[in-house]
Design a protein around this ligand. Structure first.
Ligand code: SAM
Ligand code: SF4
Ligand code: SF4
Length: 338
């Protein structure tokens, strides 16, 4: 193993791989239907990394000490034969943990095959328990009961389940307490995500962000919680345990309480670009390297060089002004998957 560090001495530890830029939802904060309409040009299949190319990259990243792999999208379950990829990654020596982020709509069908292929964990996104608000947020594409069935299927298949809820003012503040209550009962950890200025399409405004503090104030109305230490260095969610009984919630507060100081994540987009920050404007074309005659050592050297020059700390430096100035140039969330 050959650990690598960036300019701020942060190691490369986690890898997130987007397996498709397509999605069957049109969440307004990610792929608004007005922009991602019927004529939107998604990537053709020959521009997307093959499973073999992804496998080759994972082996290279593992050689740097990466142990955790997260599969994301777009909607990762829109990629055909995903369990085959999971099985290929599971077989790589050094991979300790494989997770997936999904909107849950297709999980009822795929939870069992994914678990059998070696998937460990799944984070399922759900923004409301009420169809009216959920449909308004996901572009009228998915009903609550479908996602809840996906969550049940994942838990019964033996996958470790967490729930992600993006919180946006004017959209789903009233869902914080019901969601906390429901998933406390179900014994799944619910993680609230502050609405972020990712991509260029969602018309983000700082005024629409409901802060970590506001979110926890809401949860306290349900039951008292207290902060607890992270499970491991670099954990993105701040954890809060219920004071009485079991259970915890998390908050991913990229906007009001950023965590760039220990960010050890690299991201690969569906078309094979390497991004060293969720808010990056430029990526490094790994697909071109993989499809050239370079050997693994040469590809690894290029990745190590990119990481060694990394200085990203976008959220630490964010102001309402920088967020709007960078509009139009950032990578879309649906390309790198959060
Ligand atoms: N389609 C899958 C899903 O929705 O879980 C995986 C990809 S999605 C881009 C990954 C995560 O990013 C989801 O939990 C989603 O809610 C979150 N997300 C997308 N846009 C966001 C935004 N503007 N602010 C905060 N979180 C966002
Ligand atoms: Fe699709 Fe996930 Fe983006 Fe929603 S957040 S549009 S489900 S990729
Ligand atoms: Fe990491 Fe960039 Fe997010 Fe900071 S803003 S935590 S560097 S991805």
């Amino acid at each position: 193993m050959n650990p690598i560090y960036d300019q701020l001495k942060r190691p490369l530890r986690d890898l997130r791989i987007s397996v498709t830029d397509r999605c069957n939802f049109r969440c307004s904060y990610c792929m608004p239907a007005e922009i991602f309409g019927p004529d939107f040009a998604f990537l053709p299949s020959d521009k997307i990394l093959s499973f073999e190319e992804i496998e080759r990259l994972v082996k290279i990243f593992v050689s740097f000490g990466v142990k955790k792999i997260r599969i994301t999208g777009g909607e990762p379950l829109m990629r055909r034969d995903l369990p085959v990829l999971v099985r290929m990654i599971r077989a790589i020596e050094g991979v300790e943990d494989i997770a997936m982020t999904t909107n849950g709509s297709l999980l009822k069908k795929y939870a069992k095959p994914l678990k059998e292929a070696g998937l460990d964990r799944v984070s399922i996104s759900l923004d409301s328990l009420e169809d009216e608000r959920f449909l308004a947020m996901n572009g009228n594409r998915g009903k609550v009961k479908t996602v809840l069935a996906g969550i049940e299927a994942a838990a019964s298949a033996g996958l470790y389940v967490k729930i992600n809820m993006v919180v946006q003012k004017g959209k789903n503040i009233e869902d914080i307490i019901p969601m906390a209550h429901y998933f406390k009962e179900k014994q799944h950890i619910l993680r609230f995500i502050e609405y972020m200025d990712v991509g260029n399409s969602n018309g983000w405004r700082l005024d629409d962000v409901f802060s970590k503090k506001d979110i926890i104030d809401e949860v306290q109305k349900l039951a008292p919680v207290k902060p607890v230490a992270p499970n491991y260095e670099g954990e993105v969610a701040s954890r809060f345990r219920y004071e009485h009984g079991d259970g915890e919630v998390g908050v991913i507060s990229s906007v009001t309480d950023s965590f760039c100081g220990n960010c050890s994540r690299a991201r690969i987009s569906a078309e094979g670009k390497l991004y060293t920050c969720l808010f990056a404007t430029e990526g490094t074309d790994l697909r071109a390297l993989l499809r050239s005659d370079l050997d693994d050592e040469a590809v690894a050297a290029k990745i190590a060089d990119v990481w060694a020059h990394r200085t990203d700390r976008y959220s630490d430096e964010r102001t309402a002004q920088t967020a709007s100035r960078r509009q139009k140039t950032k990578i879309e969330m649906s390309h790198i998957g959060g």
